[in-house]
Every structure is written in C-alpha cells, then in structure tokens.
Design a binder for this molecule. Sequence first.
Ligand SMILES: NC(=O)c1ccc[n+]([C@@H]2O[C@H](COP(=O)([O-])OP(=O)(O)OC[C@H]3O[C@@H](n4cnc5c(N)ncnc54)[C@H](OP(=O)(O)O)[C@@H]3O)[C@@H](O)[C@H]2O)c1
Length: 283
Amino acid sequence: MTSLLVTGASGLLGRYLLDAEWSDDRVVGTYHTTPVEADHETVHLDVRDREQVERVVERVDPDVVVHSAAATSVEACEEKPELAHETNALGTKHVVDAAAAVGARVVYPSTAYVFGDDAPVHIEDDEPAPMNRYGRSKLDGERYVESASPAGTIVRFCVVVSIDRADRSDFGSWVRGQLEAGERVRLIDDQQITPTVLTDAVDALGYLIEHEETGVFHVTSPERMTRYELGREIAHRHGLDPELVEPIPMTEMGWEAPRPRHLCLGSEKLRRYGYETARIRTE
Ligand SMILES: NC(=O)c1ccc[n+]([C@@H]2O[C@H](COP(=O)([O-])OP(=O)(O)OC[C@H]3O[C@@H](n4cnc5c(N)ncnc54)[C@H](OP(=O)(O)O)[C@@H]3O)[C@@H](O)[C@H]2O)c1
C-alpha cells in the first residue's frame, strides 16, 4: 500500500489526483486558499512556510509526495517574480527537504515553459532555457527535485485540457461551455502546442508512481496544433459549431510575459516504456 501526499489538491490537476482510481491507497491532499470537499483527508498548507511543510509532511509520513502546488499563472508570475520564486522554487525546496526527512519520493509536475523557442519540439534531454519567470521558477523547482534523495521524478506537461468532459475550469471545459452557449471563442493560431489530456496527466503520474520511475518524463499528446485548431476539434467532438471559433495572433492577448511560438514536448520516452498518450484529432 502506497501512502500519498498531494500538494495543490484544490487545483485542476491535484483535484483529479485526489479522486484518481489508482490512488485508492491512503491519500492526503493539501489546499492553500480554497478548501476541498473530498473523500480523502485534506489539510491547509502554504508551501512558502518551511516549518508548516515540515509539520504536515512529518505527520502524514507519505511514501510519495506529488508536489502539484504552484503559482501557475504565467502573467502573475511575470508581474510578481517574488511570488513565483517563493512558491515554485523555495516552496519546492521545502517539500523536497521535508520529503527527504521521512524518506518519501517527490513527483513533480512541471511545464513546457522551462524551454525556449530554439526548437519546434523539446525532449527530456534538451537543455531548458525558460523565456519567462514562470518557466524560470518551475525550472528552479526542478533543480531541487533533481537533487532529491530518494531520487525524484519530474513530469512535464504542456497545456492541460479535458476534451471529453466539461466539469472543471480547464481550457477544454471553458471552450466547450462557450460554444454550448453559442458564444464566439477567439483562440491563438500562431503558437504550436502539444496538449496534455487531463486523464493522460493523471494516469501517467499513476503509472510513474506505481513503477517507481525516476528522472524526467514528458506527457503530452503526440500531435502538434494551435489552440485555435484544438478549439475546433473540441467543437467537432461535441457536435458544436466550429465556425464560432476564430483565430487570433498571440499579440492580441496583451501578455507581458514572453512566450515561445513552439510550446511543444515530445513524449517518445514514455512511449518507449509502453505508455501511450491519447490522440486528440478525430479526422
Ligand atoms: N494546468 C496546466 O496546463 C499545466 C501545464 C503544465 C504544468 N502544470 C503544472 O501542474 C501543476 C498543477 O497545475 P494546475 O493546473 O492544477 O494548477 P492550479 O489549478 O492553478 O492549482 C494550483 C494549486 O496550487 C496551490 N497553491 C498555490 N499557491 C500555493 C502555496 N503558496 N502553498 C500551497 N499551495 C499553493 C493552489 O491552492 P489554492 O487554490 O487552494 O489556493 C492550487 O491547489 C503545477 O505544478 C503546474 O506548474 C500545469
């Protein structure tokens, strides 16, 4: 029986991790500002507070900590670099150190934003070169996990989307909700992504935990597309009007944080382990 501590269990990914079929062992989740209703125990945790992290990890005494808590808004991280650093870098150090003290492994969801625009697709062995402060702070977090003892696991995702369900605040659910309401959706068409299907993210984490794999893994769909193309695919899948989806360039978003035009990860390493991620295109 594996005992899991999931930080950030009130977030998109953490909430699914709490309910995942593979996590029917002892699971405790943490929240920061948003308490969670769940079948499992949940506790408050601010990862910036080193002593609180130590207390929670020591009391739960897990085998594995899935450290999903993070400051995830790319724009907020750009505006408040100290928030990004304290939460994503130092917070991860606190978790890594506390996990080491109880002999727990750390599994760390990370992001394609650790890479720059030097290649159309990045694999696990490529050298990170983040273009914005979110990516920098997540990379700093990765460095702590790389030096963890026992050895940790870094699992990078691209844009996490649910494509066949609509019950969360992810990109896929939002697009579907807008189209069902007959609203136009304007989506970026000059940035390539390799979306991570939410169920793949959760299942792959379960697979890597169960098989005690360590090192770096990418988990994304094998298909490259823009958010505009993804939005039209979601429309097709649900019998909604794809003409309501309109293409826009990134410049129309008014973003402060620089972003690569290619936010794409290659997941061949995971496929070599026999693990297949979902395809998104139906045609
Ligand atoms: N979603 C994506 O597209 C995506 C893509 C690539 C990588 N990732 C990575 O996957 C992980 C999960 O992402 P997500 O989409 O689930 O994020 P999310 O929905 O924004 O949730 C973030 C979680 O972190 C918690 N949190 C924030 N600040 C905290 C702090 N100081 N102390 C403790 N907890 C704190 C939040 O708690 P409260 O809500 O209770 O405040 C929430 O539970 C992150 O590490 C992210 O970098 C996500």
